[in-house]
Design a protein around this ligand. Structure first.
Ligand SMILES: Nc1ncnc2c1ncn2[C@@H]1O[C@H](COP(=O)(O)OP(=O)(O)OP(=O)(O)O)[C@@H](O)[C@H]1O
Ligand SMILES: [Mg+2]
Length: 234
């Protein structure tokens, strides 16, 4: 139900160029929704650039995002356009945005407001037309209170906000999702799938799952791989 409402809103928002903020626990589908927004937008044939801020060393992140001029520092033999420019015409998806260091947050705010970037070691403004989607599994408002996240950037990102529900809050979706994954993996791995026994479903419904949909997906993958007769049992 909550998810249906989100998907309806996603369809409406996708066609506009508004900035979208996605929050929710790990594995609730933030990445999937970001891709869906891009796919349903007029930008679908342009790049979708996914940047996981938690996966980049903090002191390299400005280079990675905004690029650098040739000779910006020792060893910068070539200019690097940066990932934001790569998203020109398309969508830039800033994942785990809570992990963006404060100095990079300031630069990113400039981009979100003014739609240009200044590569490291350059003075030239480079206009970039890219739709911004940001995601976080942290409580960003708390980060703002703790001064770990800029409030002005938070308000700029928080235009359209989707909070994706944990699987605990939408138990009614578990069976459909489990079936969907079983059917998919059975096709992918040429394994039989006959059904999920009522006992197995009971376990699925009542087991706490902090990894949310991702964890359910992995469980169904293992269940299909190890089932002999295609029945998913507890
Ligand atoms: N409604 C859904 N239908 C089918 N697959 C889904 C659905 N929601 C999530 N998934 C799948 O579950 C997995 C986890 O989703 P996703 O990576 O989007 O989560 P996330 O919120 O970005 O998690 P994290 O915070 O850990 O990055 C993915 O493989 C995704 O394809
Ligand atoms: Mg993700």
């Amino acid at each position: 139900k909550v998810m249906d409402e989100i998907l309806t809103a996603v369809r409406q928002v996708a066609r506009t160029d508004t900035t979208v903020l996605l929050t929710g626990e790990t594995g609730t589908g933030k990445g999937l929704i970001a891709q869906t927004i891009h796919r349903l937008s007029d930008r679908k044939n342009k790049p979708f650039v996914h940047i996981d801020c938690s996966a980049i060393t903090p002191n390299l992140i400005e280079n990675e995002l905004f690029g650098h001029a040739k000779g910006a520092y020792t060893g910068a033999d070539e200019a690097n356009p940066g990932r934001i420019l790569q998203a020109h015409g398309g969508t830039i998806f800033l994942d785990e945005i809570s992990e963006l260091p404060l100095n990079a947050q300031a630069k990113f705010l400039t981009f979100v407001q003014e739609r240009y970037i200044i590569p490291v070691g350059s003075t030239k403004l480079t206009p970039v037309n890219a739709r911004v989607i940001a995601a976080s599994n942290r409580d960003l408002e708390n980060f703002v209170r703790e001064k770990r996240f800029r409030s002005d950037l938070f308000f700029r990102l928080n235009v359209i906000h989707f909070e994706l529900p944990s699987l605990r809050k939408r138990k009614e979706d578990i069976y459909q999702l489990a079936l969907f994954f079983c059917e998919r993996f059975s096709l992918q791995h040429q394994k039989p799938f006959s059904g999920i026994t009522p006992k197995a479903l009971e376990v699925l419904n009542n087991r706490p799952r902090s990894g949310n949909v991702r964890e359910l997906q992995n469980m169904m993958m293992r269940a299909i791989l190890f089932s002999d007769d295609g029945w998913i049992t507890p």
